[in-house]
Write a protein that binds this ligand. Structure first.
Ligand code: ARG
Ligand code: ZN
Length: 853
């Protein structure tokens, strides 16, 4: 640790604020440099221990300060993180400050910044302090009124809440007023000013309130907002129907910006989005983009109640809003599309990102107990595992009690900044269940392992479940958790021998006994009822049986995945898996999207995780070779079926983004992926690469690149020529190349990254090349360490400009202990090189330090 190392903030140290802000009046005079922010804030004493007024503020130039109209400029003490105004202070007063800030110099994309000529803000978690002096913590909730003055070149002026007066000033500049009647924490403040056009629509709420909807984009992009608008209206209706939650303002605006560290942000009445999650047309966006747009539009909209009306007391409670809102957007997408397919997709993601995090040096509880930089905790654990905890509650109490608990939550806590304790208490009140043990899910990191053993003597079947919660950094010993295991017992032909139900595992080990006439095959953890690793030694025959007969679609897929893992790791022959797949993919009763999932085989990263979980060091070259061999054998065995399906799934009409059409395309593309390993592959791909929709073109290009087909290069060049002016499409072009698992990829990626046209300061572009390369398991883990060096070089280059994104991308190294000693020491050397860099950001320092552990 360096002598100046920042000290962690701890949950245990929480105290209520000494001063609360009640009303905030902000006047912005916008300019790229020296923008002026005038703030008038009404302060009243809070419940916290008495003390001076302490306000957060960073990179602000204080120009004036007045208390109840009296000049206090010389009374305030300034430091790098804020200002202090010593007493004696009245119990209530107005503080006025004027500061200057430089949006143009803001490369961190936190606070007020310029993106492609658009002024925009990102305040969550602690960005508001880069706009004005304020108690920048979520338990300080105030009403805001805002006036924006800006040059005529940025005519659209937006902020939170309801619009007020707007017009031109005598000098030709423009102004607009906004008032947000709902008290909110500072992280939900937003402002946008730019030359924007709106795609407009209207929504009438269940109680008859008319809401003007606007999606604001750069001129030329307005035709690509239709799907996002449709998703917004469906989200608004769904929240009324599923949760009884109505929208509460007369306007709802969304703005798309090109430079954004994350996906999107739920600012009250003014959501700001990464343009990637708004803009779509059949020619420019793929099915997966449409799906993400739908899900993220819903997510941010749902925050209006779970996040905004009820917010978090402090940042340790982040999962209170994020876990719940992710769960809600998952429910929404399941309702809009296919429930089992959505569940399988979510579990794949959970395992790929959260299980990986939980098993490595960055593991932390869903509610962390300390942090150095809160931006480092917007993680798969807080979000996705957080959502799994809500899903378990939903399963354990049932949908009716769940809804009652949520109703009570909104009734009790509307307008408050809350904790996990308050969240769990509504469930305790409604159901009378003691959730003390369940609460461990919020404080114990690590993925529990549930080991299954069975006993059978004619007439009696016993099922024993044992749980182990692994140690994680700083938390060596764990208590047993409450784990709901949804199950069924299957007899011949797949008949359910008992009423399917849920076993609640609460002890280190428990046994259940069933009186049965035949020995069942158990189907356990149906629907992935808990975020655990299920360890059951099963035979290939049992897996094939479950794939063919389980009434739970998740476990059908799970059986196929288990077979795939064995085959790809070379532990079992390919043939039985190929036979089971042959039957399943030809089953016309199965949803094409589901069959596509069966055909999408585990990637190298998953195989490496699995190898390590089985107690062996992972060798990326060996993993790649074995899995490529198995995939080729599978493609060979299934070629006739794959070709037939490929033809059968051809789209009959023009592109439509709906789930059914997307499912057919997914199945067709999964067939193509395997067929690219056959001689016929390149010609199929070459033909498909000429299709009009991105959903067809991109997988075709990927297949060509993967096969190393001669047609790949001209196709890539033609693609770039066609789309060079469209950054979102070009991101796909970079990503395709960066993720191709072939020798020579790093050289290509380096060439691309050294080209002056590589706009690396835009996070989307950085991610599409550098971060994407780090997910290319085979190339990133090249034995000579060249992939590691490449990533470390780029992190060091990005960190001074955008520490938040640098720290996030650095997570690529979190799996380093999985690999052989030689690779471990290469990665360690890179991490140490990063750690030694002068003036490394707090963000990257924290991540690298934790990874080096
Ligand atoms: N609350 C946003 C969302 O999940 C994410 C904002 C994260 N921003 C950040 N700088 N950490 O919808
Ligand atoms: Zn969120």
């Amino acid at each position: 640790m360096r002598p100046d190392a920042p000290q962690p903030i701890r949950l245990a140290d929480y105290t209520p604020p000494a001063w609360r802000a009640e009303t905030v009046r902000l006047v912005f005079d916008l300019a790229p440099r020296g923008a002026k922010v005038h703030a008038k804030i009404r302060f009243i004493r809070g419940e916290g221990p008495e003390g001076p007024l302490r306000l957060d503020g960073q990179k602000l130039m204080l120009m004036a300060a007045k208390l109840d109209g009296r000049d206090v400029f010389h009374d305030v003490a300034l430091d790098a993180d804020g200002l202090t105004l010593a007493g004696p202070l009245p119990d209530a007063f107005d503080l006025e400050t004027t500061v200057e800030i430089d949006p143009e110099a803001n490369t961190e994309l936190e606070g007020l910044y310029l993106s492609n000529g658009i002024y925009c803000t990102q305040c969550e978690a602690e960005g508001f302090r880069k706009i004005t002096y304020f108690p920048d913590r979520p338990d300080v909730m105030a009403t805001y009124s805002v006036r924006i003055e800006a040059p005529a070149s940025t005519p659209v002026l937006l902020s939170n809440g309801e619009p007020g007066e707007a017009g031109a000033l005598p000098d030709g500049r423009l102004f607009a007023e906004w008032h947000d009647p709902w008290p909110k924490p500072s992280y939900l403040f937003a402002l946008v000013a730019g030359n924007l056009v709106a795609h407009r629509d209207r929504f009438t709420t269940a109680s008859g309130r008319a809401v003007d909807l606007g999606i604001w984009v750069r001129p030329g992009d307005e035709s690509r907002c239709e799907y996002a608008m449709d998703a917004l209206k469906r989200s608004m209706r769904w929240d009324e129907e599923a949760y009884g939650r109505e929208y509460d303002l007369s306007v709802f605006n969304i703005v798309a910006v090109d430079d954004f560290n994350m996906g999107a942000m739920e600012n009250k009445g003014l959501n700001i989005f990464n343009s990637k999650y708004v803009l779509a047309s059949p020619e420019t966006a793929g099915d997966r983009d449409y799906e993400l747009i739908e899900g993220i539009i819903a997510h941010e909209y749902f925050h209006n109640w779970t996040g905004n009306r009820i917010t978090c007391r402090d940042w340790f409670q982040l999962c209170l809003k994020e876990g719940l809102t992710v769960f809600r957007d998952q429910q929404f997408s399941a309702d809009m599309r296919s429930e089992p397919v959505k569940r399988i997709d979510d579990v794949k993601m959970l395992r790929a990102r959260q299980f990986r995090e939980d098993a490595g040096p960055l593991a932390h509880p869903v509610r962390p107990e300390q942090f150095i930089e809160i931006n480092n905790f917007y993680t798969a654990t807080v979000y996705e595992k957080g959502a799994e905890l809500i899903r378990m509650l939903h399963l354990m109490v049932g949908p009716k009690a769940y809804r009652q608990a949520l109703d009570l939550y909104f009734e009790r806590h509307d307008g408050q900044a809350c904790t996990i304790e308050q969240w769990l208490d509504v469930f305790q009140t409604v159901t009378n269940r003691d959730l003390t043990q369940f609460k461990l899910w919020y404080s114990q990191a690590g993925t529990p392992r549930v080991t299954v053993s069975e006993g059978w003597k004619p007439g009696k079947y016993t099922l024993t479940l044992r749980q182990d919660v692994p140690s994680t950094p700083g938390a060596p010993s764990k208590k047993p958790m409450a784990i709901p295991v949804a199950f069924g017992l299957l007899g011949q032909g797949g008949r359910e021998l008992v009423e399917p139900g849920v076993l609640e595992l609460t002890e280190p080990e428990q046994t259940w006994t069933f009186d049965l006439d035949e020995r069942p095959v158990p189907s356990l953890l149906r629907g992935f009822s808990a975020p655990v690793i299920l360890d059951r030694r099963s035979t290939a025959a049992e897996r094939a049986f479950l794939l063919a007969h389980d009434s739970d679609p998740f476990n059908r897929w799970e059986a196929a995945r288990a077979m795939a893992l064995e085959a790809l790791m070379g532990a079992e022959p390919v043939a039985p898996f190929a036979e089971a797949l042959r039957l399943a993919i030809a089953d016309a009763d199965l949803d094409p999207a589901f069959r596509a999932l069966l055909l999408t085989l585990p990637g190298d990263d998953e195989l490496a995780r699995e190898t390590w979980a089985r107690g062996r060091q992972a060798d990326p070259d060996a993993i790649h070779a074995a899995s490529e061999t198995a995939k080729a054998a599978l493609a060979e065995a299934l070629e006739p079926e794959l070709r037939a399906l490929y033809t059968a799934m051809e789209s009959p009409g023009p592109y439509s983004p709906d789930a059914a059409a997307a499912g057919r395309r997914a199945l067709r593309n999964a067939c193509l992926g395997l067929l690219s390993r056959r001689p016929v592959g390149p010609s199929l791909a070459e033909a498909q690469a000429k299709a009009p929709s991105m959903s067809e073109r991109l997988p075709a290009l990927a297949a060509l690149l993967h096969a190393g087909a001669p047609a790949a290069e001209p196709a890539l060049a033609a693609f770039a020529e066609e789309w060079k002016a469209d950054p979102l499409v070009m991101d796909k072009w970079y990503l395709l190349q960066a993720t191709t698992p072939r020798e020579g990829t790093l050289a290509r990626v380096k060439t691309l990254s050294e080209d002056p046209s590589f706009a690396w300061k835009t996070p989307n572009r950085f991610r599409s090349l550098v971060a994407a390369f780090s997910t290319n398991h085979f190339c990133f883990h090249a034995a000579d360490g060249s992939g590691y060096r490449f990533l470390a070089d780029w992190l060091l280059k990005l960190d001074p400009l955008n520490p938040q994104t640098a720290a996030r991308v650095a997570g690529a190294f979190e799996t380093w202990r999985r690999y052989d000693d030689a690779r471990q020491s290469l990665i360690r050397a890179e991490l140490e090189r990063i750690a030694r860099a002068p003036a490394l950001s707090r963000d990257l320092t924290e991540i690298v330090t934790r990874m080096l552990g």
